[in-house]
Design a binder for this molecule. Structure first.
Ligand SMILES: [Zn+2]
Ligand SMILES: [Zn+2]
Length: 382
């Protein structure tokens, strides 16, 4: 490709007093021995395999050779510009695992060769929210592989990526890299469920058998809930739900789903509904499916606004709980995966080389049926 004097911003560690000041601007050089292969969104709906400079880890940062990086739904939504969160040029990718290839200055406890995964959220560690442990709500939050009006942060659809050590987690040998790339999504589900105040005897409805829905289903079962229903309009996804342990799947939506749930709960409704779609129909079904005093946890957000059944929510004292990303749930996610309480292998549709990434993006973008997680393998480690 013609590189010219195009510039790209490389994400570097965020320090207390700086946000965008912590970024260095690099000239885009011609391919050389310090270059790496990366999948670049050079314009909307156009991905190419490009030679980019291999990043150098700054203070407190690790250089990771990316063994696996999953394609997230948010990458697919960002691909055509509709979300405004992947402004080209950008290397996307935030669900990754690999091995430490180099450590920057002031890095402690990590060495070359360590197997790692990392949070998709780069939090500052010092703002009010970070101090409260709400790292997902960090005032200086940046997400790997995202470029928006406020920042641009190179992601992991590349042989190498640099990440601050504070977001890195050690991986046990028993978790293969491709499965470890799913830990970001597992942590999102574990976080959502941790906000639900759920008890083992509770009856739960998960709306949406996509990636997050299927992981929420497993996370809630891991807490001891045995009455967990999962609903979707896609029969193939419900089949997958069975594979990961769903006892009862509901191939229904809208009023039909509501009456199915009320019929199974003596007309009372479930204790908890986890909404993992983010459209009006499913939010409405969730509110109508919970009991008085029950909780609706909102994780899906494909549409920015929906109409809320207000009177039903107020008069039945229903608690609405939003959930965003994760905040410290990685260790728990790792142990749930290691212990087998959460299974991600059935959710991986394909593990393919970086070079095949553009083609798989198009397949995901065109909503080809029966695709769940596609994992790319950009790096050279195993
Ligand atoms: Zn994601
Ligand atoms: Zn912060």
């Amino acid at each position: 490709m013609e590189l010219g004097n195009f510039t790209i911003l490389q994400c570097s560690g965020i320090r207390e007093e700086e946000t965008r000041a912590g970024w260095s601007t690099k000239k885009w050089p011609h391919a050389n021995s310090n270059s790496m292969k990366a999948m670049l969104l050079s314009q909307y709906r156009h991905l190419e395999i490009a030679d980019l400079p291999t990043p150098t880890p700054g203070p407190g940062e690790l250089l990771v050779n990316v063994a696996a990086c999953g394609i997230c739904g948010s990458d697919v939504h960002g691909y055509d510009g509709s979300s405004g969160r992947r402004i080209p040029p950008i290397v996307m990718g935030h669900e990754a695992a690999g091995r430490v290839a180099a450590v920057g200055p002031q890095v402690h406890g990590w060495s070359e060769g360590d197997r790692v995964t990392f949070d998709s959220t780069i939090f500052c560690g010092t703002c009010t929210h970070c101090c409260r442990g709400e790292t997902n709500l960090c005032d200086r939050r940046q997400v790997l592989g995202v470029s928006c009006a406020d920042y641009r942060c190179a992601g992991a659809f590349a042989e190498y990526v640099t990440v601050p050590q504070r977001i890195v987690h050690r991986l046990p040998d028993s978790i293969p890299f491709a499965e470890a790339a799913m830990l970001e999504a597992v942590a999102v589900a574990v976080h959502a469920v941790s906000l639900c105040r759920v008890s083992p005897g509770d009856q739960v409805l998960v709306l949406g058998a996509g990636m997050i829905g299927l992981l929420c289903l497993q996370a809630v079962r891991a807490l001891g809930c045995t009455s967990v229903y999962i609903a979707d309009v896609d029969a193939s996804r419900l089949k997958l739900a069975k594979e990961v342990g769903a006892r009862e799947t509901l191939h229904a939506t809208g009023d039909e789903l509501i009456s199915e749930i009320l019929g199974r709960t003596n007309g009372a409704g479930v204790d908890l509904a986890i909404e993992a779609v983010g459209i009006e129909a499913t939010v409405r079904s969730a509110v109508h499916s919970v009991r008085k005093g029950g909780t609706v946890t909102l994780v899906g957000n494909i549409t920015p606004e929906v109409t809320l059944p207000l009177q039903r929510t107020v008069t039945r004292q229903i608690r609405l709980q939003g959930s965003c990303a994760s905040a410290g749930e990685y260790p728990q996610a790792i142990s749930l995966l290691t212990g087998g309480a959460i299974k991600v292998k059935p959710l991986i549709t394909a593990i393919v080389p970086l070079e095949d990434g553009p083609r798989w993006f198009e397949r995901l973008y065109s909503r080809e049926p029966n695709l769940m997680k596609v994992v790319l393998t950009p790096g050279t480690v195993s």
